[in-house]
Design a protein. Structure first.
Length: 263
């Protein structure tokens, strides 16, 4: 083989090696950090700072929930469902959290059965995950799944007469997770919620990650659009002032957008 041919062979081989090494690295960089159980075990989704809790068919405020809650008497609701596109977050140095979910109870009592996703900034990295929770226990992360910004989700919580079934499906990644549970002690099925949230982390309400806008569609309770129940609109505000953290838009046909305003 001539020196020229030999040199050409080396160049081709080096290029091929560079491409081979770059491909896994590129794939890895496209997969964001995922929620772990060690992180999830410090999170909870209890309603905090609810103003005017006795109001119905009204606009109220909370320090960590934003969205809509249909409120009724004991046994009023046995199922809730909604779909959304997982928001993406761009992270700086601050540690912030955001969650998106559906649930039964939790608005007017201490019970809550729910499932959803989150988009956090932890250690400067965007971190995404999927979870379920039955109060008073903390959040439990779904294992063996990948969640990315832009994924299409549908979440459902159903009471069957003896147990609660919480189902979360990611149609983009092609996975479904289902958990069956006896429910919170003293559950009443008195409310059905579709919520964007600043979760409680380590016992305190977290700073809210800038999720931009999340649009919930197909929001239903007991098979009817959530707006047919004249649900309470919940605006998330800062605990030290009335400054808005997240604001839901008007709900129509089971759809509404929720917009981040401040951390």
């Amino acid at each position: 083989m001539s020196p020229r041919s030999s040199a050409g062979f080396v160049l081709v081989t080096a290029a091929a090696l560079t491409a081979a090494l770059a491909t896994p690295s590129l794939a890895a960089s496209n997969t964001p950090a995922q929620l772990t159980q060690s992180i999830a075990s410090h999170e909870s989704h209890t309603l905090r700072g609810l103003a005017q809790p006795g109001k119905v068919n009204a606009t109220v405020s909370s320090t960590n929930w934003s969205g809509y809650a249909a409120v009724g008497s004991t046994g009023a609701y046995t199922s809730v469902t909604s779909s959304w596109t997982q928001p993406s977050v761009t992270c700086g140095s601050a540690t912030t959290y955001s969650s998106f979910w559906v649930g039964l109870d939790g608005y007017s009592n201490s019970a809550l059965e729910q499932t959803g996703t989150e988009a956090d900034c932890i250690g400067g990295k965007a971190t995404y995950g999927a979870w379920w929770e039955v109060l008073p226990a903390s959040e439990s992360a779904y294992s063996g799944v990948t969640v990315k910004g832009g994924d299409k989700f549908t979440a459902t919580v159903t009471y069957t007469g003896s147990t609660f079934t919480m189902t979360l499906a990611d149609s983009t990644e092609g996975w479904t997770k289902t958990t069956t549970h006896a429910g919170s002690s003293g559950f009443k099925n008195a409310s059905a919620e579709v919520i964007a949230e600043a979760p409680e982390v380590g016992g305190s309400v977290a700073s809210l990650a800038d999720f931009g806008t999340v649009t919930f569609t197909g929001a239903k309770a007991d098979g009817s659009n959530l707006d047919t129940y004249s649900p309470n609109e919940i605006v998330m505000t800062k605990s030290s002032s009335s400054a808005v953290r997240a604001q839901p838009g008007s709900i129509s046909g089971g759809s509404f957008a929720d917009v981040w305003k401040a951390s």
